[in-house]
Design a protein around this ligand. Structure first.
Ligand code: GAP
Length: 470
């Protein structure tokens, strides 16, 4: 196991042991790569979502929010092109019928398919000594590709929409889909938002919520799952007269995304922009940049930024028969605004944040999370648990701070062990109440990253913690 694979294992294990993320339905043997966020995970995830909302909605006057239904009229997905075209190529192993997402151009999926044969059906490659020695996809040559071809069915398009039935009758007429992206509700509600918010382009509509995709091969912890959350913005701009007119907004959003990455504490040196080649663009996009991150399992998509033109509003007008255009009150001109879409996965943000924050330093493991998103902002300890006067004062401080912050309490073991435990979950500050505190009304605050300690007046603790987060 190399160092990075090892790091991934350590993060998954820490996430489970400390209550960030557990395997879903675990007591029943799990459910194909589903994950549950535990007490610390839900704090971390909520803090990330709140920071995103504060940064992109609350602090801007060109942005409003939306929280739409998960299940929409199936006509939405016909109009958007999802029913016809939201597919991945799927192949099946001829021997054991295990299914794989097969992108013929991707070394990654070729490797996965070859590894499967190597591990599960080695007898099929015994007669190909060269291929059987291949380890790692760099060695996948024409001969190996032939073996893969012979052992798998031809790729078929598999639709990723997750289906269910609405109402008591389970027939074709009651089939509905769980939304595969939050974006479409924003287009469908565009006219309503326009009328009630009185915004004029350029302005954006933001939404955070669950999305579902029947992924063929979910995996890599919370990286690819069938149920996940997105934070999406559809930013509506005036009808561009030339490429320059949309490019300036697009460039602004590239900058905004880099600032966000910094703000949330993702290691910017591990971010790479991929200008998606023209022939790989989604049907609605004229330009897309994928923001990729060096995850421990390899470089992969973290976020997407797309110029969706006026495709969506136009297609919804065509399919619904309702006018989805914006009318300029000054000129009386009607047009479909064009759209820049920054699309961010919440779970991938959590994973990139954890990978960026996870640090091993001498004998301690530290999650160097930004204080704004750390599950607990501070921990409070009485120096000794068997001294009622210390416990009483510590408890008062704990109760007081809890009115404004998430605060941890720990009175087990010695102070060194408590620091170690709080470092592992990323608590930025630890407060110890000692005998001097009873006299001078000050406490010791220890900083997670520098491990430096200082004395702070009890009455100033709130301001001290607020300062740390600003
Ligand atoms: N509205 C555009 C859209 O949905 P996408 O590239 O398919 O674009 C956007 O998805 C983001 O959603 C991705 O960059 C990723 O962060 C997240 N995402 C997509 N599929 C996911 C999955 N199966 N599991 C976790 N996150 C996913």
């Amino acid at each position: 196991m190399n160092k990075e694979e090892n790091k991934m294992e350590k993060i998954v294990s820490l996430a489970k042991q400390r209550g960030f993320i557990y395997p879903g339905s675990e007591i029943y043997g799990g459910l194909q790569n589903s994950w549950d966020y535990g007490p610390l995970g839900v704090e971390l995830k909520n803090n990330i979502k709140q920071l995103w909302w504060k940064n992109f909605v609350q602090s801007r006057d060109d942005m409003v929010g939306l929280d739409a239904a998960l299940i929409m009229n199936p006509k939405v997905w016909e109009a958007s092109g999802h029913i016809a075209g939201f597919t991945d190529p799927l192949v099946e192993c001829e021997r054991c019928h295990e299914r794989f997402r097969c992108d013929p151009d991707s070394d990654e999926s070729t490797k996965e398919m070859f590894d499967h044969i190597l591990n599960k059906h080695p007898e099929t490659i015994k007669s190909h000594p060269k291929a059987s020695q291949s380890t790692g996809f760099k060695l996948i040559d024409e001969e190996t590709k032939e073996i893969i071809k012979k052992n798998y069915t031809e790729p078929k398009n598999f639709n990723l929409m997750l289906k269910t039935f609405l109402g008591p009758v389970e027939d074709e007429a009651s089939v509905v889909y769980f939304r595969p992206e939050t974006a479409q509700a924003i287009f469908v509600d565009f006219k309503n938002v326009l009328q009630t918010s009185r915004k004029t382009p350029p302005f954006g509509i933001a939404q955070i919520g669950k999305a579902f995709r029947n992924e063929i091969t979910p995996g890599n912890f919370i990286f690819r799952t069938r149920e996940f959350e997105q934070m999406e913005i559809e930013y509506f701009i005036p009808e561009p007269k030339s490429d320059k007119d949309w490019e300036k907004y697009f460039d602004e959003w590239v900058k905004n995304l880099h600032e966000w990455i910094n703000l949330v504490g993702i290691d910017k040196d591990k971010i790479h922009e991929l200008d998606v080649p023209k022939d790989e663009l989604a049907h609605y996009s004229k330009k897309t940049i994928d923001f990729e991150f060096d995850f421990p399992f390899g470089k992969d998509e973290l976020y997407g930024l797309a110029y969706r033109t006026d495709f969506d509003l136009k297609t919804h007008e065509k399919h619904s028969g309702e006018n989805t255009k914006f009318r300029d009150q000054q000129t009386n001109e009607e047009y479909w605004p064009h759209v820049i879409e920054p699309s961010l996965g919440v779970d991938r943000t959590v994973l990139a944040v954890l990978c960026s924050a996870y640090t091993e330093e001498n004998d301690r493991v530290v999650l160097k999370l930004k204080p704004e998103i750390a599950p607990y902002k501070v921990a409070v300890f009485p120096l000794m648990r068997n001294k009622p006067e210390l416990v009483k004062l510590a408890r008062e401080i704990y109760d007081n701070l809890r009115k404004d912050f998430m605060v941890a309490w720990d009175d087990r073991g010695n102070v060194g062990k408590r620091y170690y435990s709080q470092d592992q979950i990323g608590t930025p500050s630890c407060i110890t109440v000692d005998f001097d505190s009873l006299e001078d009304k000050t406490v010791t605050i220890r900083d997670r990253d520098t491990m430096k300690q200082e004395r702070v007046k009890i009455e100033e603790l709130g301001d001290y913690l607020r300062d740390k987060m600003s």
